[in-house]
Design a protein around this ligand. Structure first.
Ligand code: PLP
Length: 466
């Protein structure tokens, strides 16, 4: 139970002397106040167990949910305190806040949960995945610096590195095949390269990064390994495998509702603190701040992320297996013939499966588009939309959508064929119902006489919609 507080006498000065109302069974929480931005470094290997061991923040009135600190700015009781705040003598570690573009208590609590999930010392959340990635790169790589990155990356990240960072601050990137560790090693230039950047499971081609091997190269060469874990929260824990920094588009599986754009940076406290520095910090000064109300929403969804990821993985595995059985060209790391199947089996967290993303190569863009249209408009299997991590299945043809920023030759290098459909597999409905919908749509693409309206075809054949 939360301790009872006499709210009649509650004042700001009281609040600042009072221990925050927290529940935490960890032995590192002897102090009434958090001593720094950091949580204890979570020893639990299972991310769900680590998340459950993170301190539970109660609401202001003893509510089971934390309160939302909706203030943009914070008062002080004595003018001198303001000077000490700006001098860095007082800060969020002692429950003092200045302004919500800097630290906000609700966003900070979500950061603690994210740090627990990813097993890092600290974390802070941002307004989008792209702002998290951009801020980390700007903080770790100076003007004129160099990045070595996987050639298989989300189109937006690829464009950020290949175009924007070059134009804006002379940061250049060498894209490499991360399966070839020698190529990675030799692309890193002594005294010039600052960051090695990969996605745990690449968007959209589902290439899996050998994080322990890449972390060893990064350590050997003195560069930071930054890993985008957007496709595989819970499934893989990059920091526990040696990554220095983990970034997320929280807009995807972590949110799960396709209703929020958000991001997160998980890493050492020194990095998070440096990014919030009033004079030099990339987050503080460029300001991609997460709103406290958004932080509250996401915080409420984290406890069931493990359950959701298991369902996504189960459904994706079932569809991939059935598609394979039909002779379709399917890419899914859970299938034994995927080139990284045994790698993911060895680095993945037990019981979370192989993730909720699969790719189906229909050969041509025309066939891919036809299938997606039937899947959405006729059999209601899923929705034609970009993004991922929703409870409904989302489908997009990557070459002409989320990877269209990449030049055709780069797309070819990354293995993005024109007929590639990326599916973020949802868990609504039953497997039997959904598979029936898939088979009916596929039959339409394979058998439909030219120019026949598929809805008419279904009525003539007596097939039920949906
Ligand atoms: C792997 C990956 N990283 C980062 C992003 C960017 O995230 P956001 O849209 O939240 O800015 C995306 C978006 O699709 C993504 O797929």
């Amino acid at each position: 139970m939360a301790e009872v507080i006499n709210f009649a006498n509650f004042s700001l000065s009281n609040a600042k002397k009072q221990a925050p109302k927290v529940a935490d069974e960890g032995e590192d929480n002897q102090s009434p106040m958090p001593l720094s931005l950091t949580t204890k470094r979570f020893r639990e290997v299972d991310p769900a167990a680590a998340l459950a061991s993170a301190r539970h923040e109660f609401g202001e009135h003893g509510g089971v949910n934390m309160s939302i600190e909706a203030s943009a700015t914070f008062t002080v009781m004595e003018a001198e305190t303001m000077r000490r705040l700006f001098a860095g003598e007082l800060g969020p570690d002692r429950d003092y806040f200045i302004y919500s573009r800097h630290f906000n208590p609700t966003v900070l609590n979500l950061g603690r949960q994210m740090a627990a999930l990813e097993g890092t010392e600290a974390a802070y959340c941002t307004a989008s995945g792209m702002s998290a990635i951009t801020a980390v790169l700007l903080q770790l790589v100076g003007a004129g610096g160099h990045i070595v990155a996987s050639q298989c990356l989300y189109g937006g990240t690829h464009a950020l590195m290949s175009r924007f960072l070059v134009r804006a601050c002379g940061i250049t990137t060498t894209f490499v095949n991360i399966d070839n560790i020698d190529e990675v090693r030799s692309a890193i230039r002594a005294g010039e390269t600052n960051v090695l950047y990969v996605e745990t499971m690449s968007n959209p081609t589902l290439v899996v990064a050998d994080i322990p091997a890449l972390a060893a190269v990064a350590r050997e060469k003195g560069v930071k390994l930054v890993v985008d874990n957007t496709f595989t929260p819970m499934v893989v824990s990059p920091a526990r495998l040696g990554a220095d920094v983990v970034v997320h588009s929280v807009s995807k599986f972590i949110s799960g509702g396709a209703d929020i754009i958000a991001g997160a940076i998980c890493g050492p406290a020194s990095l998070v603190n440096s990014m919030m520095d009033l004079q030099e910090g990339a987050l503080m000064l460029t300001g991609p701040t997460m709103n406290a109300k958004v932080a509250f929403e996401i915080s409420e969804r984290l406890p069931h992320l493990a359950l959701r990821m298991k369902e996504h993985s189960t459904c994706a595995m079932a569809y991939a297996t059935s598609m394979k059985r039909l002779g379709l060209k399917v890419i899914y790391p859970g299938l034994p013939d995927h080139p990284h199947h045994s790698l993911l089996s060895s680095i993945g967290n037990p019981e979370y499966g192989y993730g909720g993303m699969l790719c189906l190569d229909m050969g041509t863009e025309e066939r891919a588009n036809k299938l997606m249209q039937h899947l959405q408009n006729v059999t209601q299997f899923g929705l034609m939309a970009v993004s991922l991590g929703y409870y409904e299945t989302l489908m997009s043809c990557s070459g002409s959508s989320t990877s269209s920023e990449m030049p055709p030759e780069e797309r070819a290098k990354a293995g993005i064929s024109p007929g590639l459909i990326r599916m973020s597999v949802g868990y609504s409905g039953t497997l039997e119902q959904r598979w029936g919908q898939f088979e009916r749509a596929l039959a339409l693409v394979q058998q439909l006489p030219k120019n026949l309206n598929p809805e008419v075809f279904l009525i003539f054949n007596g097939s039920a919609l949906g």
